[in-house]
Design a protein around this ligand. Structure first.
Ligand code: NAG
Ligand code: NAG
Ligand code: NAG
Length: 363
């Protein structure tokens, strides 16, 4: 009999033990939403992964539309499209979908950031041309800066010096340094020379901080979750995650033992265990039936939360606060009260009041 009570207790422990310490210190690979780039060292999503999971200067965030955001201190926000860890290249895009405008306005600088242009820079001239003049160019107009009558074209200045270039029909609006091989569809490709993880990644490993030395080292992807943690902290997390599971296994084992001994006491072959519950209901079913539970008084709280006992405003089972309009149930034998949904679950497994252990009903 006692084992089922223990099992019930373990069951509740498993679900109510705080799992947060593990979440707050480990380095899970995270993403802003299902289709977003997977974020791991040297990057981290600053509100999902603790600081030891990323390298300084590589903080990302998620905006209110679940886009992954890279904020460059001198250039503002960009949307991260892809992160290529093997080649150390991140592709970013302009939130207003007009990267060329940010170059034309000299709005992009990598000053004070750990990033470099993956393919170098080239001087481009931005030209504002009539639609007819634009049609003579091999460069496609920049759609976000053009309309039906006027097209904006960007061309490397080296090409403009060719004879018959047609630029006389256009107005030069800006000369700016623009990344080479710039393809507005692919986004802006940035590289990072430090931290250098090319050899780790090439070997199928991840880079991460070593908790003991704070040095960067190659980690097996399965160890990555614990990167940056000391051995003691790692051990603590494994224990805190493992104990509830272990308790559950022990609880199940105790229950099974109880069933088996109940079976042998009544000289039932083990193979017939499934029929035991029908013959000896008191040995296995210790909770109350639905009809009895329903007969216990229920009350609905009003808007003003007039609690039966004013001091006590949390449900002792789920530890949740009573909210306005919540439905509570009282156990008649002791007048303790709980969320109806919580105590109903409890009473189905156990006939005693979880607080005072009074038999809630003569059986
Ligand atoms: C996100 O926030 C911006 C302002 O910061 C707002 O203009 C936009 O409508 C918001 N988007 C959503 C989906 O809430
Ligand atoms: C291009 O020139 C036309 C005519 O001068 C002007 O109306 C338009 O705003 C210009 N476009 C840009 C992007 O400068
Ligand atoms: C080609 O473009 C340049 C502007 O960079 C201009 O100075 C030059 O006159 C153009 N050449 C011809 C032949 O139109």
């Amino acid at each position: 009999m006692a084992t089922l009570e223990i099992f019930t207790l373990l069951f509740f422990l498993f679900f109510f033990l705080p799992h947060t310490p593990a979440r707050a210190t480990t380095c899970p690979r995270s993403k802003c939403t299902a289709g977003s780039p997977s974020v791991r060292f040297p990057f981290r999503i600053s509100n999902l992964q603790p600081s030891h999971c990323g390298y300084p200067g590589f903080d990302l965030s998620c905006n209110n539309e679940s886009q992954t955001i890279l904020t460059l201190s001198s250039s503002g926000d960009f949307i991260v499209q892809t992160i290529n860890y093997k080649d150390q290249i991140i592709s970013i895009h302009d939130p207003d979908n007009c990267l060329p405008k940010r170059f034309l306005d000299h709005d992009v600088t990598l000053k004070d950031s750990p990033f470099i242009y993956a393919h170098g820079l080239e001087t481009y001239m931005f030209l504002n041309c009539s639609a007819a003049a634009a049609a003579t160019w091999t460069f496609a107009p920049i759609s976000c800066l053009s309309n039906e009558n006027y097209k904006v074209i960007a061309a490397p200045t080296s090409l403009l010096s060719l004879p018959g270039n047609g630029s006389e029909q256009c107005v030069v609006i800006s000369t700016a340094l623009v990344p080479s091989l710039f393809d507005p569809l692919q986004g802006l490709q940035l590289g990072w020379p430090e931290p250098e993880c090319l050899s780790c990644e090439a070997a199928g490993l991840y880079c991460g901080f070593d908790g003991a030395s704070s040095q960067i080292k190659c980690l097996d992807p399965s160890d990555y979750l614990f990167s940056g943690l000391s051995r003691v902290a790692k051990f603590g997390i494994i224990i805190s995650m493992g104990i509830p599971g272990l308790l559950c296994i022990i609880g199940t084992a105790l229950c099974v033992c109880d069933l088996i001994s109940a079976g042998s006491r009544s000289h039932q072959p083990i193979a017939e265990l499934s029929t035991v519950s029908n013959r000896e209901p008191h040995m296995l079913r210790m909770g109350l039936d639905g009809q009895t539970i329903e007969s216990y008084p229920k009350t609905q709280l009003g808007e003003s939360l007039e609690l039966p006992e004013p001091k006590d405003n949390t449900c002792p089972i789920c530890l949740g606060e009573y909210k306005a309009m919540a439905i509570l149930r009282t156990i008649p034998a002791c007048s303790h009260y709980f969320h109806a949904s919580c105590i109903d679950e409890w009473l189905r497994l156990n006939a005693t009041c979880p607080i005072c252990r009074n038999q809630s009903q003569k059986q």
